[in-house]
Design a protein around this ligand. Structure first.
Ligand code: ADP
Ligand code: ZN
Ligand code: ZN
Length: 740
């Protein structure tokens, strides 16, 4: 790639710019991906003129309107004589200190844009670290130079880490010997090409399998890179420590980098540059990391592949898991998806051949046992129909928790609702704490005496008396984690721990962890054994390797059984299995305590097949039952779906737009292959004074649905400019939506 000194700076003013354009006879025409305003009429790529050829994947700064923005060169061709030079604006500068983004990366971005029905520029720019947008080519060059001087040399921290790890492995734990199941999984992983679904119980040692696979790869290939994706890094700081511990000693302090939204922009840029340069051998990140530029990517791990957080919920609504599989295939990287409760999609794709069915295209690797032959917890159902009315915690459950406290063991009580109470109500006049801006109740938070809307954030002090009738006796209805924490503290106020000290009840949820570092501190308290009973939302259900927890309880899981969303049972089952997986993880500890691991479920519907399967830890049975239902009803994974959503000031306007969109789709060639459902309001219809409606489209053919959406999109853009689109604030397409 050549560099023209005139063109590489970014300090060129628009006036100088056009001068250069006229005098220097630009002979190259570039197509660049830039971030255009959402729903603008601009196409996917914009054309610019350049005096030098620039390789596809080169980052450039280009004029857009009156601004200068970052772009990615997509194509570059010599201009022909008959092209009019004056209609093209000149590139303002190339960030050519940076090697171009490779074909694999560009194809991934192009695929994601196409598949999720967004503009190429939007997806490409969102996939780059935000700070790149603000750097001039000189600033970037300086940064790269600084990086280059520190590269290669093991730093002081790397050497220190090496010694630390050496001593810790030789003195305390010793090298890990793989279980027979782990060894078998790894052998098949090495022999076959995948994609793999590692179906392993909670505590079966899936992480160890990932790390071994990565270690083997890095050992045999000096440049290879691996991407490890996790749902939410903040929730599992242990994992990051474990990865660094394992690899930094051997490959240097820069060998492992993280990529997630909790990092500052400079940190993200540094990680990204290290990955792009090939210097970082392992990228550990959340869904955004699927777009990391990794020139030698050879392995992708998607841990807890079923987790809803892999689906982006704004902008391009991509599934990082699905893109990981696509990217792995395209770039020749092996892909491992891991879970104890796989998504029904992945489960179906990994089904074995049977009769005329050739089976799915994924390879299923099963690890049913727990490390150290630990048993999965015994599941105990409490029939809430037999309890006195208004029982929160059954007597039997309280006894069981009390016994754990007496033995110095820990319990976790799980309730998926934060705050003190979901509603505050007046018994006299029927007033309820509705949010004036949303079709939802505001939640009562006792700690700061507020009513808070969890949808729009609207917050007020709790009124002293009923705002409607003046009755001073307004009362909380139902309960959230705050109230449960308070309740447990009262119940165990007089109980003592084995050392004579008072019982410690703690709570972890989005409210308790708002402050920087609060979560890590609270988790540390649980790990250290300070906490006897931990109350929390799903934040405590995922991933944590608590060694002394022997009892987990779900106190009110019934809500999700009757949700209108067909994925609700799948989510509930995996959440409960995950929660159960927190109990009894240390078989030696259980044996030493003479204790057993238990998962308690309080339910009014103990006979429900979901709980039946849970009792036996039988994910396959649950999956079979769900897949049978889905097959019969023609739902995913046996059909493909997309949602079109419209937001407007009135529900009527939102639905009118969707009706018009529906009518416009009649003429599309794929219309006969795509089922269109009527527009309906969202479950929470109004948020922040915006009315929301959606329309589901579905097809047995993914290709037909894709073609249909691609043809439909321009019609939707056009409708927006017609009278029926005037009232619409925004609209969007969600491909493979997660919640319906
Ligand atoms: P999962 O991710 O499947 O829930 P982990 O990978 O977290 O399970 O493993 C559970 C626990 O077992 C961890 O503490 C881990 O260090 C330990 N472990 C994993 N593999 C082995 C092994 N082969 N020998 C001993 N301990 C192991
Ligand atoms: Zn009242
Ligand atoms: Zn609100």
């Amino acid at each position: 790639m050549t560099t023209d000194p005139v063109d590489s700076g970014t300090g060129v003013s628009p006036a100088q710019d056009s001068q250069i354009c006229n005098t220097l006879q630009h002979i190259w025409r570039l197509e660049a991906a830039v971030q255009t305003p959402a729903h603008s009429a601009l196409g996917n790529l914009l054309s610019y003129a350049s005096t030098v050829p620039l390789a596809p994947g080169t980052l450039v700064r280009v004029p857009l309107g009156r601004r200068e923005v970052l772009g990615v060169v997509w194509a570059c061709a010599q201009r022909t004589d008959d092209e009019d030079a004056r209609d093209l604006k000149a590139v303002a500068g190339a960030l050519d200190a940076l090697p171009p983004l490779n074909d694999g990366w560009r194809e991934l971005v192009a695929f994601a844009a196409r598949y999720y029905q967004r503009s190429l520029g939007e997806v490409a720019l969102a996939a780059l670290p935000p700070q790149l947008r603000d750097l001039t080519s000189q600033q970037l060059a300086r940064r790269l130079k600084r990086r280059a001087t520190t590269e290669g040399r093991p730093t002081a921290t790397a050497t220190a880490a090496a010694t630390d790890t050496d001593t810790s492995t030789s003195t305390s734990t010793g090298p890990t010997i793989l279980s027979a199941e782990q060894a078998a999984a790894l052998t098949r992983f090495e022999a076959e090409s995948g994609p793999f679904l590692l179906f392993g119980s909670t505590g079966s040692g899936k992480t160890e399998v990932y790390l071994r696979a990565v270690a083997a790869l890095l050992a045999r290939d000096d440049t290879a890179q691996a991407l490890i994706m996790v749902p939410e890094i903040n929730l599992t700081p242990q994992l990051e420590a474990r990865v660094r511990d394992r690899f930094e000693a051997r490959f240097g302090a820069g060998a492992v980098v993280s990529l997630h939204s909790g990092m500052t922009n400079p940190q993200r840029l540094a990680s990204w540059l290290a990955a792009h340069a090939g210097q970082a051998r392992i990228v550990l990140g959340t869904r955004m990391a699927v777009f990391a530029s990794m020139p030698s990517l050879r392995l992708i791990v998607v841990d807890e592949e079923h987790d809803p957080s892999y689906k982006q919920q704004e902008g391009a609504r991509y599934s990082a898991r699905d893109l990981a599989v696509w990217r792995g295939q395209r770039e020749g990287a092996k892909v491992i998806l891991g879970s104890a409760t796989p998504s029904l999609e992945s489960w179906h794709h990994s089904r074995p051949a049977e009769g005329v069915d050739p089976g799915g295209r994924y390879v299923r690797l099963a690890m049913p046992g727990r490390i150290g032959d630990g048993a999965l917890p015994t599941v105990r159902g409490v029939d809430m129909n037999l309890q006195p009315p208004k029982t929160v915690l059954s007597g039997a459950l309280l006894d069981a928790i009390g016994q754990r406290i007496a033995r110095g063991e820990q319990s976790m009580v799980f309730l998926n609702r934060r705050g003190y109470a979901p509603v505050l109500a007046c018994a006299d006049c029927g007033w309820k704490s509705e949010c004036p801006h949303c079709s939802a109740y505001r939640v009562f938070h006792k700690i700061d005496r507020t009513l808070r809307c969890h949808h729009c954030g609207f917050t007020e002090r709790v009124p002293r008396a009923c705002p409607a009738c003046g009755n001073p006796d307004i009362a909380p209805v139902g309960r959230g984690t705050e109230r449960l924490e308070e309740h447990l503290a009262e119940l165990f106020a007089t109980v003592k721990r084995p050392d004579g000290s008072a019982v410690h009840i703690a709570r972890i949820d989005a409210d308790s962890t708002r402050k920087q570092g609060a979560l890590a501190q609270q988790l540390a308290q649980v790990h250290s054994g300070e906490v006897d009973v931990l109350v929390g939302t799903q934040m405590i259900a995922k991933g944590h390797d608590f060694r002394r927890v022997t009892l987990v309880a779900a106190v009110n899981p019934d809500g999700a059984l009757f949700s209108s969303d067909f994925r609700a049972p799948e989510r509930l089952f995996s959440l409960l299995m995950q929660s159960a997986g927190r109990a009894g993880r240390d078989a030696n500890y259980l044996a030493a305590q003479g204790s057993t691991a238990e998962m308690w479920i309080q339910t009014h519907h103990g006979g429900h097949p979901l709980f039946q399967a849970l009792r036996r830890h039988d994910y396959p049975a649950f999956a079979r039952q769900q897949l049978d239902e889905r097959r019969a009803a023609g739902m995913p994974p046996f059909a493909f779906q997309a949602l079109v959503r419209a937001d407007a000031r009135t529900q009527q306007a939102a639905q009118d737009f969707l009706h018009a969109a529906n009518a416009a789709a009649d003429a599309l060639p794929q219309a006969a292959q795509v089922m269109r459902y009527p527009a309906v309001p969202l479950a929470i219809q109004r948020v922040a004074n915006v009315e929301r409606a959606q329309m589901l489209v579905e097809s047995a053919s993914r290709v037909a649905l894709q073609r249909f959406l691609a043809d439909w999109q321009p019609l939707l853009h056009a409708l927006r400019r017609e009278p029926v689109g005037k009232g619409v604030i925004r609209w969007l397409i969600d491909v493979d939506p997660h919640s319906i």
